[in-house]
Write a protein that binds this ligand. Structure first.
Ligand code: PLP
Length: 263
């Protein structure tokens, strides 16, 4: 028998959310609750980060509390602040630009190259200034955004590319994954994202110094259980880390995506 066709209406919206196959999420969350360690140096967070780094092929993954936090932290690490500029593609939604404004910097809107979602190298060259600290690349709706043409202009100027890959978990271009093409990649794991923890996000980078600084910033001065607090630091720190239950949930999802890809 044919299934009933789905009729879309206001009360039955189009299901645009990717739902990975369920694994042992309930058991993983129960285990976390039984451990009583809901954040801090919980092993489940480190395991989740290891699963992400492995899945995306990055040296470091740092799980944080949202995609906004991921962008905010990376911009902070790059010392984006008042008097600086960050390039954003004209296709970017507001959550890409908000962290630039929060940092007190100026978003500079750059065109995307014809027929692609990559930054237009000519417009990048026109809009580069001595104040440009970074350029954001955006694989919108999961479509890959080429970074190479703009990277040539930006590298000469010493300006790093940061990917806002909030919508592009698993997207590949030239065999490499979105989020690993620039100095750092920022992801959201909000409920409507491809890998979901409800609320959450993560940063990927191959750069040890960026990873260490982002860890420190998002963990209130690197609270590992051995090192404590932000005392003696000259710059403020935040608490933006991902908690244990969210890590358990998304760790399972990350592994499920891996299982699907392997099939
Ligand atoms: C492209 C893009 N960047 C950043 C964000 C912010 O992520 P979050 O909602 O997890 O803070 C989103 C999600 O809304 C997004 O789609």
């Amino acid at each position: 028998m044919q299934p009933e066709p789905v009729r879309y209406s206001r009360s039955h919206s189009v299901p645009d959310r990717y739902a990975p196959p369920l694994r042992d999420e309930a058991a993983a969350i129960k285990e976390v609750l039984a451990s009583g360690i809901l954040s801090g140096g919980a092993q489940v967070v480190a395991d989740y980060e290891a699963a992400l780094a492995d899945r995306f092929g990055a040296a470091h993954a740092i799980a944080v509390s949202s995609g906004t936090s991921a962008l905010h932290a990376v911009l902070h690490v790059l010392r984006v602040g008042p008097g600086t500029e960050v390039m954003v593609p004209a296709t970017a939604p507001l959550p890409t630009a908000f962290p630039i404004l929060t940092a007190g910097a100026a978003p500079v809107i750059v065109d995307v190259a014809d027929g692609t979602l990559g930054l237009d190298p000519d417009d990048v060259a026109r809009k580069l200034t001595a104040r440009t600290v970074a350029a954001l690349s955006l694989p919108l709706w999961g479509y890959p955004a080429a970074v190479t043409p703009a990277a040539q202009v930006l590298t000469e100027a010493g300006v790093p590319i940061i990917e806002d890959a909030a919508q592009a978990h698993g997207t590949r271009i030239g065999g490499r994954r979105a989020g690993t093409l620039g100095l750092a990649g920022c992801f959201s794991t909000h409920d409507r994202k491809l890998l979901s923890t409800g609320e959450g996000g993560f940063i990927l980078t191959n750069d040890d110094a960026i990873a260490e600084k982002a860890q420190t910033y998002t963990r209130l001065g690197h609270l590992t259980g051995r090192q404590h607090g932000a005392q003696g630091r000259s710059r403020p720190e935040h608490r933006m880390r991902c908690g244990s239950t969210a890590s358990a949930l998304s760790g399972e999802a990350a592994r499920a995506v891996g299982v699907r890809e392997a099939q």
